[in-house]
Design a protein around this ligand. Structure first.
Ligand SMILES: [Zn+2]
Length: 265
């Protein structure tokens, strides 16, 4: 295992959990990658090894070129990713709910297309974007720029969703023009992987975030999109009106203007 700050790993070999995953971690992976993933499985046996982890590990190793430092960065990264909440999938569902709302608000014509196709609202094409943080969609250098933009938590904890909306806004027109079905949409966006303009997507996402921040009114479903990042995006007199859009089932909504209890507040 790696000792924090030592810069080296000890001679201890991964045991138990490590042995279980040794057959799962791909044999053709570079030795360093494989060793770090095995150590991670020992460090965090509950999570162990999940397919896709190496996608997130590889760029860190390339950047840091130090096994021990990469390991601890990877530990930190995993805590910020959706992997950490798996297999419950609640985190993915939260992300998809926000994404649906953002698309409805910012790319209404694409939202309309989704609503007219069975399972369109599942946003299947965006699952990999969110899970692997665009690592498979853009060359490594561009993906790293996107990671940095996300980790900055500038004005929102969900900048990755603005990147998703940017991709949809830039490349979604053909989907609508060709009236693609759900499975065809999945194929269309998969085929775009490594062929999209990462700089353009990043610029567009920043523009969308700015546009979102200036909205006079936002739905209650997006009220928490910047809750975790300190003061968030509405800290200087831009605070929008939060409008309840209903559909809360049995849950009450703090923004439900029609709740009789609220008129006394
Ligand atoms: Zn509401």
């Amino acid at each position: 295992m790696y000792r924090k700050g030592s810069g080296q790993h000890s001679s201890e070999e991964p045991t138990c959990a490590g042995k279980v995953v040794v057959s799962i971690v791909q044999k053709n992976q570079p030795v360093q990658e494989r060793f770090i993933l095995l150590n991670y499985a020992v460090y965090n046996p509950v999570m162990g090894y999940t397919q896709g982890m190496s996608d997130l590990l590889a760029p860190i190793l390339t950047e840091l070129r130090d096994e021990a430092e990469t390991f601890w960065c990877f530990v930190g990264l995993m805590q910020c990713t959706i992997f950490f909440s798996s297999p419950k999938d609640t985190d993915m569902e939260i992300n998809l709910n926000y994404l649906r709302e953002l698309v409805r608000l910012m790319v209404p014509e694409f939202d309309c297309h989704l609503q007219h196709h069975a399972d369109g609202m599942e946003l299947l094409f965006a699952h990999r974007w969110i899970l692997l943080c665009f690592k498979r969609e853009f060359p490594e250098s561009q993906a790293l720029n996107m990671w940095e933009a996300c980790w900055a938590h500038y004005q929102t904890d969900y900048f990755h969703l603005f990147l998703c909306v940017a991709i949809i806004a830039i490349y979604g027109e053909d989907v609508i023009a060709q009236d693609l079905r759900t499975d065809e949409m999945l194929l269309y966006f998969s085929n775009l992987a490594m062929h999209m303009d990462g700089d353009l997507v990043l610029r567009k996402a920043r523009g969308l975030l700015h546009q979102f921040r200036l909205l006079p009114k936002i739905p209650c479903t997006l009220a928490k999109i910047c809750e975790l990042c300190g003061p968030g995006m509405w800290d200087s007199g831009y605070a929008p009106v939060v409008e309840c859009v209903g559909n809360h089932g049995n849950h009450s909504c703090p923004h439900g203007g029609h709740d009789p209890a609220l008129k006394y507040m």
